[in-house]
Design a protein around this ligand. Structure first.
Ligand code: PLP
Length: 382
């Protein structure tokens, strides 16, 4: 089976992890901070907080922005469940804004209309999670001013898009958001096995996320309620979690970061080749938005004829092509149906779901494998 995504682990990655295993610290040593600095300086953000997953980074991001019971968070239905679940962890409610059918990202027109209505009803969200589907930035040039005009905070869920650019700057620089989150799950652009990271340019938010990923504890005397009792002293200021990244994960991350540009360049070349090879088939191919240069986490085709969706998907799997579907609309998951969502709530997302197939795309995919994918898609659609 040619997988839709997979990691590349080189000898240098293995050596980096082994060196940490032979060192004094497996956790809470110097390597996590080095990884944070490597990512922050690469993308141009002031602060980076590494965590044990993007899911936990989203959770501490919501907490740092004071999301709590009675509050509301909006995101797109076409995302991994974690983009919405982060609100539920905080006791807040979730609602969704339908996607733009060309980009699969949150639709700025739908957002504008829904925000205006929410303002009239006095039920504005506190946070919008803008997801970078497939590695392409949402239309932040429109989304951010609309949201900020209503006092809404913005988290970019850039789990797919480390290495991408938007309007001449690097995704992750938080020029359009309060906090940006990356994931380092093995199918993503670079990996730390499990792992995530939150970026911000706000020192206060960074300090809060730093504390919340480690039990809510501080060793900073300036933040304590009284002078330290002694050198051993720390204080727990908030209820936090253990969301720390290990030194081994960070070492792998630092090593992977040195090849980020190569990984993204290969993904971009493969996406270009798919655009050419799949042209003319009864499909819609991904659209590239002006000003956005995707990192191409996913290459998603949409069938002109949704009645053939299941058959084409099964034929491709049977032919050894590890296709997948990103994503089942979150509002249709049983957990969210129980909260009151249902069929027909977000029709563009549901139409997308009836046609979408993620085809293999990762930095290790060979030209021969790609040709095989194209041949099988052509055959399945004949
Ligand atoms: C992968 C992913 C996450 C969760 O990442 P983990 O690191 O696995 O917790 C969140 N949001 C999106 C859009 C993702 O693709």
């Amino acid at each position: 089976m040619i997988p839709y995504g997979r990691q590349i682990i080189g000898d240098e990655d293995i050596a980096a992890v082994e060196a940490v295993l032979r060192s004094d610290f497996l956790t809470q040593g110097p390597v996590v901070q080095r990884f944070e600095n490597a990512v922050a300086s690469r993308v141009g953000a002031s602060h980076a907080i590494a965590t044990n997953s993007a899911t936990s980074a989203l959770h501490v991001a919501c907490l740092a922005l004071d999301l709590g019971p009675g509050d509301l968070l909006w995101t797109s239905p076409i995302t991994f469940v974690a983009s919405a679940n982060c609100a539920r962890y905080c006791g807040a409610d979730v609602d969704f804004v339908d996607i733009d059918p060309d980009t699969f990202n949150i639709c700025p027109d739908a957002l504008q209309a829904k925000l205006d209505e929410a303002a009239r009803k006095g039920r504005l969200p506190k946070i919008i999670v803008a997801v970078h589907m497939c590695g392409q930035s949402p239309d932040m040039a429109r989304i951010t001013p609309i949201a900020r005009a209503h006092g809404v905070k913005i988290i970019e869920d850039a789990s797919h898009s480390i290495g991408a650019d938007y309007l001449g700057t690097r995704v992750g620089d938080c020029s359009h958001s309060d906090i940006t989150v990356f994931s380092f799950h093995p199918v993503k652009i670079i990996t730390t096995a499990e792992g995530g990271l939150a970026l911000t340019n706000d020192a206060g938010l960074a300090a809060k996320m730093d504390r919340l990923r480690s039990h809510g504890i501080t060793r900073d005397a300036d933040l304590m309620t009284h002078a330290p009792d002694g050198p051993w002293y720390y204080q727990q200021l908030d209820l936090g979690w253990n969301y720390r990244m290990t030194e081994m994960q960070a070492a792998l991350g630092i090593s992977q970061m040195t090849r980020l540009d190569d990984f993204v360049a290969r993904r971009r070349a493969l996406a270009d080749a798919y655009d050419t090879a799949l042209e003319g088939l009864p499909l819609r191919l991904p659209k590239r938005m002006e000003g956005a240069n995707s990192s191409w986490h996913l290459y998603i085709i949409r069938l002109d004829d949704p009645t053939r969706h299941l058959a084409v998907f099964e034929a491709l799997r049977a032919a050894g092509i590890g296709v997948n579907l990103h994503y089942i609309p979150v509002h249709l998951q049983p957990y969210y149906r129980d909260l009151g969502f249902g069929d027909g709530d977000f029709p563009i997302s549901e139409d997308y779901y009836s046609r979408a197939i993620s085809i293999p795309l990762h930095a290790g995919l060979t030209d021969d494998q790609q040709a095989q994918v194209v041949a099988e898609i052509t055959k399945a659609l004949a």
